[in-house]
Write a protein that binds this ligand. Structure first.
Ligand SMILES: *Cc1c(COP(=O)(O)O)cnc(C)c1O
Length: 470
């Protein structure tokens, strides 16, 4: 049998009713970060197709996707260049590994392209398939770095409470999500956390610029507590995404950089959300004014069309690994997957052709900031903030006093329900309503999104009154 070909089945997922999909879903599919029993009762919403910044569900309802899937569909849905790149590569060479002293053209070409769009200290990449895996690589790589330099006692990595770095053992440990640490014996040893630079929770009464320095100072305090000779690295997201789009004061990151430099500690920027244009620069560290030693990326590198992630390795670390390191005993089957890399190349070239980074920085980003600020006159809105195309709206009980609703009321979830019902995907993190729309969004589409947001805030306010919460 020299040529076994398999007939493609007709459309894989075509003709079932919503109810049939939901039944099969709850019978067999355990969803991530989900209360399985409660979802089975409600039934999932079945998303069947997408175009641009819009999704359609199995009922034919059109939805404006203000979350870019899950922070990843930067170029929007339906981009033919990405589809063609995947198709072409699948036909030519769907897979080959990079373990056996081998490489494939897409993996090499993408490495070159990543070095071009990254800050100048980054000339090397280590590939993975997700943000979580990339942060696992970080733990292995920074500890290996200090090992090679003869300082194996430098094991401790400092992260932040309410930071998010993924869901594998190391990713979840680096992150500071209490709900995740409560399950499965996390964090793993030698990972510690400082508090987040969230002014509303930790800085009230302080000038934000002053607060930024105070919050960065918590890093220095932690370094001194642990012992500077034991600290390997600090990791943070330029803007916390999953934690609720928490934009730190502009004084925060430069002070973090100063402290890392002072103690010789590696600075790791988790760019899984902020990378590839989200903040109006190629990477969030450029917006925040830091010069990290390592950057993790995923999500936007392929606009989510296929899974890919990786670590950009700065010269300081690369030089040691390459010149003194010998074998680095770490890697994934899909490190440098040719199809994923081919899609990433097409994605990055499209971001360049469409000038999406400039579009965010000079056009829709400032426009979104201006529009979000107008929401502050709404009775439920305590504050708004944006950074590039990330935005957050804090729902409060009393604007004047800055008093929030009791957590158990889940006002954010009430608002999210109205968004779902009205054709808008906006996520709730506690009572922070957050968005991160595709970078291709136009001003007219921002207007359309703002009208939906206002309508949903009004509906939420009506509910809050009806329930007697105000
Ligand atoms: C999503 C995310 C991750 C994890 O990425 P996965 O691809 O889900 O493993 C890591 N860091 C940040 C900042 C993220 O937003």
């Amino acid at each position: 049998m020299s040529n076994i070909t398999i007939q493609a089945p007709a459309a894989v997922a075509s003709k079932r009713s919503t109810r049939e999909w939901q039944q099969a879903d709850s019978a067999h599919f355990l969803h991530p970060f989900t209360d399985f029993a409660s979802l089975a009762k409600k039934g999932s919403r079945i998303i069947t197709r997408a175009e641009g910044i819009y999704l359609w569900d199995s009922e034919g309802k059109k939805i404006l996707d203000a979350m870019s899937g899950l922070w990843c569909v930067n170029v929007g849905y339906g981009q033919q260049a990405l589809i063609d790149a995947a198709t072409r590569q699948m036909k030519e060479l769907p897979f080959y590994n990079a373990f056996f002293q081998t490489a494939t053209p897409p993996a090499i070409e993408l490495a070159e392209l990543l070095a071009q769009v990254s800050p100048p200290q980054f000339q090397h990449v280590f590939y993975s398939s997700s943000g979580s895996e990339s942060n696992d690589t970080i733990v292995r790589m920074v500890r290996r770095y200090w090992d090679i330099l003869g300082q194996p006692e430098r094991q401790v990595i400092i992260g932040r409470q309410n930071g998010y770095h993924g869901s594998t053992m190391a990713g979840a440990s680096l992150g500071g999500m209490s709900g995740m640490h409560a399950q499965g014996g996390l964090p793993i040893p030698n990972i510690v956390h400082i508090d987040q630079p969230y002014w509303f929770e930790n800085g009230k009464g302080m000038d934000p610029a002053e607060f930024g320095k105070v919050a960065a100072g918590w890093l220095e305090a932690k370094i001194l507590e642990v012992g500077p000779e034991k600290v390997a690295a600090f990791i943070g997201e330029p803007v916390q995404g999953a934690g609720g789009v928490i934009v730190p004061p502009s004084t925060y990151w430069p002070e973090i950089q100063r402290i890392c430099d002072q103690y010789g500690i590696l600075l790791v920027s988790d760019e899984v959300i902020c990378g590839f244009g989200r903040t109006g620069r190629w990477f969030g560290c450029e917006t925040m004014g830091t010069k990290p030693d390592l950057m993790t990326f995923a999500k936007g590198v392929t606009s989510g069309y296929v899974p890919l992630g990786g670590v950009m390795v700065g010269d300081r670390v690369a030089k040691v690994l390459i010149e003194q390191g010998g074998d680095f005993n770490h890697g994934y089957t899909y490190s440098g997957h040719p199809v994923a890399c081919a899609v990433a190349i097409a994605n990055i070239k499209l971001i360049q052709q469409l000038k999406l980074v400039e579009h965010v920085r000079e056009d829709v980003g400032p426009y979104l900031a201006q529009q979000f600020a107008t929401l502050r006159d709404h009775p439920l809105v305590g504050s708004t903030e944006t950074c590039g195309l990330m935005g957050a709206i804090l729902l409060v009980k009393d604007k004047a006093k800055g008093e929030t609703f009791a957590g158990e009321l889940e006002v954010g979830m009430v608002c999210r329900g109205h968004c779902f019902g009205n054709g808008l995907i906006m996520r709730a993190v506690g009572d922070r309503m957050i968005i991160a729309p595709p970078l291709v969004i136009t001003r007219a589409q921002v207007d359309e999104m703002m009208a939906l947001i206002r309508r949903c805030l009004d509906l939420t306010l009506a509910d809050v009154h009806a329930k007697g919460w105000l």
